[in-house]
Design a protein around this ligand. Structure first.
Ligand code: HEM
Length: 220
């Protein structure tokens, strides 16, 4: 691990691996949350499983927490190192001639997602920890759907979530294909396919989350 994070190439590689892990997490997270618009019972059942299965709670969740924190810290480290390595700004930057807005502003879209995660952890994760481990309540499968539904009664929260999901989409639009490049997956035949999948991923995943937030708001 120390070897991976001590050189710029190693850091980019480790950053890409954490990104790929989070890309997979987002698919699973979206799939579970989509159940909340299909069936209350299915969502409650899936949440009960995720919330009380020891493997998910004590292995997957800590790994996920580590990946999220690692990704953000490494993002800042790479940004600072890049800035220091380039004391004189590129003569042509800020235009679409040599890069996209998304690739130049990963730190901005990342910071918005980080702010979203702060509120999101407070909304859901902290509530779970409090319910289970601080208050020590016994499991109650029927509570999950009403709790999620109630979070989206507040228009301010829904707007903030939707803005964050749009910025998440911009972050993913560059991040998806960039993570493949960083691990050396470059090939004249496969790179266009990776780019196309990345474009669809960065539209469909945030659109799915937006749909869930708006659905719960409109069905209050
Ligand atoms: C409408 C959209 C979303 C809904 C309804 C939602 C719902 C939830 C719920 C209910 C939990 C609690 C799980 C638990 O601890 O029992 C959770 C945790 C979490 N969510 Fe979301 N989420 C949404 C979008 C997102 C997005 C876009 C991200 C990432 C950018 C994200 C990242 C996380 C993380 C990292 C956790 C902690 C994981 C864990 O507790 O195991 N969520 N979310």
């Amino acid at each position: 691990m120390a070897g991976l994070t001590s050189s710029t190439i190693g850091r980019k590689y480790a950053m890409a691996l954490s990104a790929m892990f989070l890309l997979i997490f987002l698919i699973i997270h979206l799939a579970v949350n989509l159940l909340s618009v299909i069936s209350q019972d299915a969502y409650n059942g899936a949440s009960e499983f995720m919330g009380y299965n020891p493997l998910v709670q004590f292995l997957m969740q800590p790994i996920l927490g580590f990946a999220v924190i690692f990704h953000f810290i490494m993002g800042f480290v790479l940004e600072i190192k890049n800035r220091n390595a380039r004391p004189i700004k590129y003569a042509v930057n800020g235009s679409s001639a040599n890069s996209t807005w998304m690739s130049r502003n990963m730190i901005i879209s990342g910071l918005v997602v980080l702010a979203f995660l702060g509120l999101h952890m407070y909304d859901f994760w902290w509530h779970e920890m409090d319910f289970k481990y601080i208050q020590g309540n016994t499991p109650d499968e029927a509570r999950f759907w009403p709790e999620l539904h109630a979070r989206f009664a507040n228009i301010g929260r829904v707007i903030f979530y939707v803005v964050a999901f749009i910025l998440l989409g911009l972050h993913l639009a560059h991040g998806f294909q960039s993570s493949f490049q960083s691990v050396g997956a470059r090939h004249p035949k496969y790179t266009p396919v990776i780019k196309a999948v990345g474009n669809w991923y960065s539209i469909l995943i945030p659109a799915g989350f937006i749909f869930i937030a708006v659905f719960h708001f409109l069905t209050q």
